[in-house]
Design a binder for this molecule. Structure first.
Ligand code: F1P
Length: 355
C-alpha cells in the first residue's frame, strides 16, 4: 500500500485471496449442509437474515435455493424479528450472516429462532462473537482481518460461503446440482484479473468526478440484483452521494424518467436467460443519453471504455459475485477524489450493537 492510500483499498485488493479461502473451505461448508439435512429432514422453511451488506450477502446466498419446493426468505434481521418470527417452529432453519457476529438485530433474530425451536446456523468472520456462540451450528469464514469499516472482501466471502451452503443443501434435499459450484476454481484467477484493472477503473471514477457526476443507479437481475444493491450501498457509504438500485428491467417502469445529467448507471448483464433483454435496455438507456458503465461476462463485443468484462466466468452467479470488485474499486477512488476518507465513513461504525 502506498503512503497516500487508505487501507480500504488493501481489503479490496485482498478479494482474490479471500475468495480462494472460501473455495478451499467448500468441503467443510458442504459438510455443514449435510449435517443440517441430517438434523432436520422435514425442513419446510429457511430464513436467511443479516443487516446492511450482510443482508445483501444473504440475498445472494439464498439464490441457489429459490427455485425449489422449500419456502426460502432472505430478509433483514429486523424484519425477521418483527414480522416473520411469530410462527417459527422446529421445521424451520434460520441462517444469520454477520461479519462482526455482534450486530444487535442479527443476534436477536437467532435468539428468537432458538426460543421457537428453529434450527440456527451462523456465518461470520468472528468466531469470538455472540452470534457464533449462540447459534447451534457456526461457520467461521477465515479470510484474515478486514480493516475497512465498510464491508469489502468480507461481503464477497460471506456471500460466496452462504451460496455454497445453499447449493450443498439443495443437493442433499433435491438431488439437484448448481453449475456455479463446478466453476469455483476459476474465481480466484478472474478476481485477480479484475484487481489488475484497478487503474482503468480508477480512471472511470476520475472521469465521473471531472464530469461532476453526483448520482448513481445500479441495475442487476437475478443473482446480480443483491450485488448491485451492495454496489449502490458501497458508493453511498464511502462518498455519501445519492445512489439507487433496481432490478434491471424494472428500470423501464418509472425510474427511466430520472435519466439526466450528473448521473452514471452501472448496468450488469451476465450470460443467462435475461441477457438479451438486459442488452436491449442498455441500448435504450444509451439512446436516451445515459452515461453507462456496463459489466458483463460476455466478451462478444470486445473491450471498450466504460465496459468491464468479468473474464473466464460462464456462470451468472459467479460473474455477479465478482462484479462487486470493480464497484468497490470505483467507490474507493470516487470517494478519495471527492476528498472523503473511505477508512472513516461518516456516521458508520463496524457494527451496530443496538436497535
Ligand atoms: C453489518 C453492517 C455493515 C455496515 C456497517 C454496519 O455488520 O450493517 O454492513 O457497512 O459497517 O454494520 P455485520 O452484521 O455484518 O457485522
Amino acid at each position: 500500500m502506498r503512503n497516500d492510500e487508505y487501507s480500504t483499498i488493501n481489503d479490496i485488493r485482498d478479494n482474490p485471496l479471500a475468495i480462494e479461502s472460501v473455495v478451499k473451505a467448500a468441503p467443510k461448508i458442504t459438510n455443514l449442509a449435510e449435517r443440517i439435512y441430517e438434523k432436520i429432514r422435514d425442513l419446510k422453511r429457511i430464513f436467511f437474515v443479516g443487516c446492511g451488506s450482510s443482508y445483501y450477502a444473504v440475498m445472494f446466498g439464498a439464490w441457489p435455493l429459490l427455485n425449489t419446493e422449500l419456502k426460502v426468505h432472505a430478509v433483514p434481521s429486523s424484519e425477521f424479528i418483527f414480522y416473520h418470527s411469530q410462527l417459527l417452529n422446529e421445521e424451520d432453519l434460520v441462517i444469520g450472516v454477520s461479519r462482526s457476529g455482534q450486530t444487535a438485530e442479527t443476534v436477536s433474530a437467532i435468539k428468537k429462532a432458538r426460543e421457537h425451536k428453529a434450527l440456527t446456523v451462523a456465518f461470520t468472520l468472528t468466531p469470538k462473537s455472540e452470534l457464533y456462540e449462540i447459534s447451534e451450528e457456526s461457520f467461521a469464514v477465515d479470510i484474515g482481518e478486514e480493516k475497512s469499516v465498510v464491508m469489502t472482501k468480507s461481503f464477497t466471502s460471506l456471500s460466496l460461503a452462504s451460496a455454497i451452503f445453499s447449493a450443498a443443501l439443495k443437493r442433499c434435499m433435491f438431488n439437484e446440482t448448481c453449475s456455479f459450484v463446478d466453476e469455483l476454481g476459476e474465481l480466484r484467477g478472474s478476481a485477480e484479473s479484475l484487481i489488475k484493472k484497478e487503474k482503468e477503473i480508477q480512471e472511470l471514477a476520475e472521469a465521473r468526478i471531472m464530469n461532476a457526476v453526483e448520482r448513481f443507479i445500479c441495475l442487476g437481475s437475478g443473482p446480480a440484483y443483491p450485488i448491485m444493491l451492495e454496489g449502490a450501498l458501497k458508493i453511498k457509504e464511502t462518498s455519501y452521494v445519492a445512489t439507487e438500485s433496481f432490478h434491471t428491467l424494472e428500470f423501464r417502469h418509472g425510474p427511466m424518467a430520472s435519466i439526466g445529467e450528473k448521473l452514471t448507471i452501472f448496468l450488469s448483464a451476465f450470460k443467462g436467460e435475461i441477457f438479451d433483454a438486459s442488452k436491449r435496455l442498455l441500448n435504450e438507456i444509451k439512446e436516451r443519453g445515459a452515461d453507462v458503465i456496463f459489466m458483463t461476462n460476455s466478451s462478444e463485443e470486445g473491450e471498450e471504455k466504460g465496459k468491464i468484462v468479468i473474464p473466464r466466468i460462464e456462470c451468472e452467479e459467479n460473474a455477479a459475485l465478482l462484479s462487486i470488485i470493480p464497484i468497490q474499486i470505483f467507490a474507493y477512488y470516487y470517494a478519495v477524489r471527492k476528498g472523503k476518507n473511505p477508512d472513516k465513513p461518516r456516521g458508520i461504525t463496524r457494527y451496530i450493537g443496538k436497535f
